[in-house]
Design a protein around this ligand. Structure first.
Ligand code: SAM
Length: 202
């Protein structure tokens, strides 16, 4: 199920902003993998939150690779175009909507600003293939996806994420998702009130 919406679970995204971003900013590029991104509201929300916290020039170094198994074969075009109907942008704070979205003349559809669209690219990818997506990631975000997998699949996917992270990279998942004990030695918790972890080892 590709249920998702803009500004979903902002608390986790703000925890990333407050606790991972200061470290990620010390790197030349910020490469992020959003695994199980659905049709784009999550990676685009993260891009907006990052843009709100950095200048235009540095934001050009933010690259979010958004992946999904996408049984509908629609996500690539939706994410590429960055156009969403009014009902889907309803929850976005008004100041953010006005700043980063351009309405069509009937205010029926809203398109994300070019600089936000440029930060996000989509690739069709099945997490259960256990084939890592190409890139050296400082952050992997995988929310409301692992719950669809069985325990062994979760362990295998989280180990793949660990391998795909750069040294000291971050992994974030939803509030209700606990790390399986078999992967606990691979990460340390960054905060106590969100599921944000930091890679241990290389
Ligand atoms: C509930 S949505 C979560 C979307 C977004 N991460 C969020 O939290 O709002 C779950 C997504 O996981 C994707 N998904 C399910 N199984 C997958 C797999 N094996 N590999 C990649 N994506 C998968 C679905 O296509 C769907 O878009």
């Amino acid at each position: 199920m590709a249920f998702t919406y803009f500004f979903r679970d902002v608390q986790t995204l703000e925890t990333i902003r407050d606790h991972a971003l200061p470290n990620l900013r010390t790197r030349r590029y910020i490469h992020i993998w959003d695994a199980g991104c659905a049709m784009g509201p999550e990676p685009y929300t993260l891009a907006i939150i990052l843009r709100e916290n950095m200048g235009h020039m540095y934001f050009r170094n933010v690259k979010i690779k958004a992946t999904d198994i996408d049984g509908s074969n629609l996500f690539e075009k939706i994410i590429h175009d960055g156009i969403y109907p009014r009902e889907q942008v309803d929850r976005i704070p008004k100041d953010i909507l006005e700043k980063y979205f351009i309405p069509d003349e009937y205010m029926k559809n809203y398109q994300l600003a070019g600089e936000i669209r440029n930060a996000v690219s989509f690739k069709k990818h099945d997490l259960l293939s256990l084939q890592p997506v190409e890139g050296d990631f400082g952050l992997i975000l995988c929310k409301n996806v692992l719950l669809h997998f069985n325990e062994q699949e979760r362990i295998n996917v989280i180990k793949m994420f660990h391998q795909s992270l750069t040294e000291g990279g971050y992994f974030a998942t939803e509030q209700t998702q606990k790390l399986p004990p078999e992967t606990a030695h691979l990460f340390e918790a960054v905060v106590s009130n969100a599921q944000l972890f930091r890679k241990i080892g290389s």
